[in-house]
Design a protein around this ligand. Sequence first.
Ligand SMILES: *[C@@H]1O[C@H](CO)[C@@H](O)[C@H](O)[C@H]1NC(C)=O
Ligand SMILES: *[C@@H]1O[C@H](CO)[C@@H](O)[C@H](O)[C@H]1NC(C)=O
Ligand SMILES: *[C@@H]1O[C@H](CO)[C@@H](O)[C@H](O)[C@H]1NC(C)=O
Ligand SMILES: *[C@@H]1O[C@H](CO)[C@@H](O)[C@H](O)[C@H]1NC(C)=O
Ligand SMILES: *[C@@H]1O[C@H](CO)[C@@H](O)[C@H](O)[C@H]1NC(C)=O
Ligand SMILES: *[C@@H]1O[C@H](CO)[C@@H](O)[C@H](O)[C@H]1NC(C)=O
Ligand SMILES: *[C@@H]1O[C@H](CO)[C@@H](O)[C@H](O)[C@H]1NC(C)=O
Length: 865
Amino acid sequence: MALSVLGVFLGLLLEVSAHGPSSVPRSSWRREDVNLLEFWESGVFNYSTLLLNEERGALYVGAREAVFELSKDNVSVKKNQVSWQVSKTHMDMCVSKGKSKEKECLNYIRVLQVYDDHHLYVCGTYAFQPNCDYLSLSDFRLMNKQEDGRGKCSYDPAQSFTTVMVDGELYSGTAYNFLGSEPIISRYSLSQSLLRTEYSTSWLNEPSFVFADVIREGRNSADGDDDKIYYFFTEVSVEYEFFGKLLIPRIARVCKGDQGGQRTLQKKWTSFLKAKLVCSMPELNFVFNVVHDVFILKTPDWRETVIYGVFTSQWGNVGLSAVCAYNMTSVDEVFSKGKYMQKATVEQSHTKWVRYNGITPTPRPGACINNQNRMQNIDSSLQLPDKTLQFVKDHPLLADPVLPIGNGPRLIAKDVNYTQIAVERVPALDNNVYDVIFTGTDKGVLHKSVVYEGGVHTVEELQLLKNPEPIKTLLLSTQGARFLYAGSDSGVVQSPTAFCEKYQTCADCILARDPYCAWDPHAASCVNIFRTQDHAQRRKLLQDLRGDAGRCPSVRPRMAESYRRMVVKPGSSAELPCRVRSNLAQVQWKINGSDLTEASNFLLMGDTGLLIYSVAPEDQGRYECWSVEAAAGKNFTRLVAGFDLQLDLPKSESSLSFSADLIEELNPDIQSTVRSSTTSTVCSSVLSGGGPSVSRSSSSSSSSPSSSSSVWGGVGGGARLLPPLLPQQSWGVHSHQAFLLYCLALGPSDVSIHWYANGRRLHTAINEYRHTFTHESVLVSSWVREEPLSKDTQYQCIAISRSGNDTSETDLRLSSGDEANSVSKELNQWREALAEHEHQLQNWKKAWVGTHTHTHTHTHTHSLS
Ligand SMILES: *[C@@H]1O[C@H](CO)[C@@H](O)[C@H](O)[C@H]1NC(C)=O
Ligand SMILES: *[C@@H]1O[C@H](CO)[C@@H](O)[C@H](O)[C@H]1NC(C)=O
Ligand SMILES: *[C@@H]1O[C@H](CO)[C@@H](O)[C@H](O)[C@H]1NC(C)=O
Ligand SMILES: *[C@@H]1O[C@H](CO)[C@@H](O)[C@H](O)[C@H]1NC(C)=O
Ligand SMILES: *[C@@H]1O[C@H](CO)[C@@H](O)[C@H](O)[C@H]1NC(C)=O
Ligand SMILES: *[C@@H]1O[C@H](CO)[C@@H](O)[C@H](O)[C@H]1NC(C)=O
Ligand SMILES: *[C@@H]1O[C@H](CO)[C@@H](O)[C@H](O)[C@H]1NC(C)=O
């Protein structure tokens, strides 16, 4: 089986990426977009243990050699602090055993548990000699009752470890020795002796512990059953034959009332059983076999509890993470009714694990003491018969696996490694509850996803940590103002659990499909439903978790005057910004109401807007940026931004002052008249004014436009820049404004464009576009966006290729000369260049269409997806 896992695994990766319930986050927030609160103290690291006390309003943080008490409402507010350093003798002993003084021989606080109302129980690695103490909350001091921490806390700060305090008893999963080679699951209590696992590979085989918690199955139990402590870990499988170490995720449990056996299993668990935790896609035979973290979503009735786990595969470089959910009822079925696995010796020194089909002793091995046992005078595990105990000692592994709800992952994420998970069950306004899954990655990113009927929806991603480092702990506060806390090596971050106020329109608010958010039609804002406690007010809120934005109040059509007027000089570039904040939306640009697809060759679309190179009279018009987003089986189309683009032309003829609005109402005949008169005006008149301009001096190019009239299908003479060259563009530049310069070049496959300002290479250039249209010729474009000039600057763009270079340059000066004259001269120059450009583009298009690979001429646009 194991071999086929790997084979199938490698073969089906592509299919997995294509078929899994994977999800692109709809919104991406940067740290500066949202309000995060942070805490770190200089010189202190490894803030990896968090404990929330909602009643006291405190977040306790265990770090390296320090414990902090922070305000749960604002982690930037430090209320208390205590440091706990290693004594010199312990340090020396640690160093003498070969551990590093600066790192390993320090005290990493790894256990922070509520002991009673006034004390926390704290353990640290204490220079590889684990040590525990009590922290008094009244004065925030350690009581110096140092207790042996072996079995409660790891020796090695880097080793996996888990712990949970249940009714004053500490349950841990860790290593019991200095070398870290003896794993144990143990219980420590004041009143009883340490109870632990048997030291045997069939009990625990190189486990990585990730989580442990109690399920109160004993509460109101009709058959007098006991509470259970569940453990989650990944271990090396004993049951599969594999050429290497095959890892298997496990769920294990022990009974709270276990006291060990009388003769057999003395001071050992009599109730330790474990099962395989499956997270796979059966239809593809793809297995996620490493569990990294678990969150138990508890409910008043334990049977409704849901266990969430994050998984990756052992072959970590495939870049897939999964979240699987498990039904507590089915978990209990496996443990209380499942078959056991049995070790069978096949040949000498070769053992195999097979399903045990013989008779199992009674009481059932590994079960907790219940009323039925009590009726047979078995009141504690000490009274269990040897037969039962010997059986469970030899058969700790169950044959039946725990399968995920729906038989597959709830969620698959590509190109991320999830490290942590926290889940909140959110009652939405539709009276349903939704499980909101927060996952943290090894690069400090947080994802928030919701499982809906139609599939998983990832509402947002957020760069939570400043540095791309792993999120070590995730914690949710679900009372009052809801927050999420994340611990990492460098600090603690506090984040709201929703960013409703970021959605500025009703459509955006609804399309987000965030169960925390709803649209308030009165306030015309997107609000967090948990901040609106008033029932009458909540009823007025609009929420549709399918994302049906059609329920939004209709918005007034945009008024003509709300289109932003952009006036640019001919030949300069225009940037029409349009930021569509949804990664699920498609962006569609329209000009004068028609889709901009087959449009001018001077256009570039990016994810921040539209850039029009070398604006010509025909490019004027009304530009609209639309976003199209699918939800609830419909497409929602919204106008995001609108512009009226006009050229700054001489005002000698009234037709030029027509706004696009006015022109729109004219009939086509008149329109064409307007158009032709515009053109003729440009050619004949003298420009008047136009703000402080930059004057240009010598503008030269190594290849004059006329020399470049060669055939465009083959570029014999190396790289060649296409007009308009820099001198022609420069006259549209205003010295006091940011400006754009661009170059287009045609050349052999290695052609590239380099920029220089006063001889210094500009590394901020954007290489926006590259298109191969025959074997030996490639079209590239590159542009630079420059801030207003502070001094005269010479710009150069050089098209470089192995078979020759081409340079264009211009000097931009701050001083203004005889503006009107030079401008009109250059306007004519520009028109010539433009005509030349048009001519060349025609040739170029012909060459392109002539090649068999591409038949469309749409070149510079690419849409957001
Ligand atoms: C949190 O506390 C810090 C430090 O006292 C303060 O500067 C900040 O304004 C507080 N932020 C909020 C949201 O209360
Ligand atoms: C503690 O934090 C430091 C600094 O970020 C990091 O280099 C180190 O690996 C961390 N140690 C452990 C045991 O997490
Ligand atoms: C868990 O399984 C039980 C029995 O199979 C079923 O009744 C229950 O609805 C399931 N719960 C969830 C949350 O899937
Ligand atoms: C995930 O982790 C593995 C193993 O640490 C690493 O090789 C891989 O680059 C990581 N992938 C991503 C997308 O971060
Ligand atoms: C848009 O309309 C204006 C005014 O009618 C016209 O001048 C312009 O050329 C049109 N633009 C395009 C690209 O059709
Ligand atoms: C939504 O738009 C996409 C692409 O434009 C199209 O394929 C799809 O059929 C549309 N869906 C509906 C419901 O109109
Ligand atoms: C083109 O420019 C590159 C980089 O500046 C230079 O190395 C190369 O020699 C130039 N080629 C020619 C033919 O001038």
